[in-house]
Design a protein around this ligand. Structure first.
Ligand code: ZN
Length: 154
């Protein structure tokens, strides 16, 4: 995939500089454009869009925010929110500032838990960015679709 100068500058900001501490790219050596493209290629056969994933995550985050402590959602998901002080800027330089709070969701039927920060939802919805392999907040689209039971709306 071709990279415009904008994408390259954003990638440089993620790999070095003040944003590097957040490890958005993990140990991934692929270009930012390729990381984004390849996750889209994974989503396509599943029939899912970035909006499907982001909306489902936002749904659980909203439930987690309402509850105090672990909360049962839809009879099988245990959701919990970890509030963290401070903010984190979107690395795509769009002046979006996110909280650092984290949502944890356990699918009790599968016995699997996934987690994400509020910023992940924005990154997926607005930029189609699930972070690089090995990133602390990488959202693996296939794994998250399974655990959160994200299905194509027919
Ligand atoms: Zn953004």
């Amino acid at each position: 995939m071709k990279q415009g100068p904008g994408t390259r500058r954003i990638e440089d900001n993620m790999r070095s500089g003040p944003l590097a501490a957040h490890q958005f790219l993990g140990r991934d050596l692929r270009s930012l454009a390729d990381i984004i493209l390849q996750d889209q290629l994974v989503l396509e056969p599943l029939g899912l869009t970035n909006a499907d994933i982001a909306q489902r995550m936002a749904y659980f985050s909203a439930h987690a925010e309402e509850g105090s402590g672990p909360t049962l959602v839809d009879g099988k998901f245990e959701v919990e929110r970890q509030e963290h002080k401070g903010g984190i800027p979107c690395p795509f330089s769009d002046n979006y500032q996110s909280t650092k709070s984290i949502t944890l969701v356990k699918n009790m039927q599968l016995g699997k838990t996934v987690q994400w920060s509020d910023l992940n939802i924005h990154l997926i919805a607005e930029h189609g960015f699930y972070e690089g392999e090995g990133a602390p907040f990488r959202v693996d689209p296939v794994e998250y679709a399974e655990v959160l039971e994200i299905r194509q709306l027919k």
